[in-house]
Design a protein around this ligand. Structure first.
Ligand SMILES: [Zn+2]
Length: 125
């Protein structure tokens, strides 16, 4: 957001879950802060603590990372060339390697997001 550059996220965790997306296009779709605001809002009526930026050591199998990387590379080609809209804009998927099922999560741009609704990024942020 600070550099106004698209960024694409993907990876694997807990050994068998692959994270597909999101693709963040600054000020066009949901930003990381929009995702965080959604999670906090979803949990506001629950008595859970939100754990952010916790570091746990668990690996991901390389072929899972390869699957995710290829999907994300396709979104990168779409972003760079404009051949189509980014498929992971405003969403991310969780690929379960045990079943190959993908659970999709949709997160819209939050009209009250203090980061992406300003059309600029506070460089002190
Ligand atoms: Zn936002």
């Amino acid at each position: 957001m600070k550099l106004n550059k698209p960024h694409i996220i993907g990876g694997g965790y807990t050994g068998h879950i692959g994270l597909i997306g999101p693709t963040i296009i600054p000020f066009q779709g949901a930003c990381w802060n929009c995702f965080e605001r959604k999670y906090k809002n979803d949990l506001k009526d629950h008595h859970f603590d939100i754990l952010l930026n916790t570091r746990k050591s668990s690996g991901a199998v390389v072929f899972l990372s390869s699957i995710i990387a290829n999907i994300q590379a396709w979104d990168g080609v779409r972003v760079i060339t404009g051949i189509g809209s980014p498929l992971m804009l405003n969403r991310k998927g969780f690929l379960d390697l045990d079943t190959l099922k993908i659970d999709w999560e949709i997160v819209s741009k939050d009209p009250n997001c203090e980061v992406c609704q300003t059309n600029s990024y506070d460089k002190n942020n």
